[in-house]
Design a protein around this ligand. Structure first.
Ligand code: DC
Length: 221
């Protein structure tokens, strides 16, 4: 079974997908981590994220591997685990820029498709239902208002001890939404056959419950 869970930044996809994967005994694939890893490499090489040609020229230098150990997704970049280095606001902006480059998307395509071919997955991303697994058994597009998403992300960052303001987080979300939904290649839009889920007024448990209802309406679990 393949579940495509798409939607904008901060809609709670990863939290819901993780809970779901555990419940269903399938693997959770965080595809944003791949774009973040490319973003990290671009940043570490001092390349301007707006310089499309320079970013493309870096791709042959990237050896990226994604595997699952006890259900945990492990990404290595040129032999080294990326870990939490990809989880900063700065790298999120790099990821958002580089993910608009078609060559970057092509570079990461097969890694994602292979995982979905070989496993039962819940895959979290932006173009899973439209590009990566267009024939997924279940497609869900999960979203919430920018304000609701910003508040959730803000609380998360504060808990991690990152310095930020709610307004700054909201601005980042609006910028990333614009980048992600207006790019020409694989914009973050719902697949025609995706079920739309607005979780602005739902908590994590409520969102998981709703997602399970949607899955049950499509397949036997
Ligand atoms: O889900 P995330 O915040 O970790 O994603 C980081 C960036 O990567 C986000 O700005 C959009 C991009 N992305 C994408 O273009 N396609 C995906 N399947 C996943 C993420």
């Amino acid at each position: 079974m393949r579940i495509a869970l798409d939607g904008p930044s901060g809609a709670g996809k990863s939290t819901v997908a993780k809970a779901l994967a555990k419940k269903l005994g399938i693997i959770y694939v965080d595809t944003g981590a791949l774009y973040r890893t490319v973003g990290l490499f671009v940043r570490n090489n001092g390349v301007d994220k707006e310089d499309t040609k320079a970013v493309i020229d870096l791709l042959p230098k990237i050896k990226l591997n994604m595997e699952f150990i006890n259900g945990e997704q492990i990404i290595t970049l040129n032999g080294e685990r990326v870990g939490d280095n990809i989880r900063t606001g700065e790298i999120a902006m790099y990821a958002s820029r580089v993910s608009a480059i078609p060559e970057v998307r092509a570079f990461l395509l097969e890694t994602q498709r292979k995982i979905a071919r070989e496993n039962d997955v819940v895959m979290d991303g932006r173009d899973i239902g439209t590009v990566i697994i267009p024939d997924a058994e279940v497609k869900i597009f999960m979203f919430a208002s920018p304000e609701a998403r910003a508040m959730r992300r803000y609380k998360e960052l504060v808990q991690k001890g990152e310095e930020c303001t709610y307004e700054g987080v909201l601005q980042d979300i609006i910028t990333r939404d614009r980048n992600d939904s207006t790019r020409e290649t694989a914009p973050a839009v719902a697949a025609k056959d995706a079920v739309l889920l607005d979780n602005s007024n739902l908590d994590v448990d409520g969102s998981v419950e709703r997602v399970i209802e949607i899955i049950k309406s499509k397949v036997e679990i």
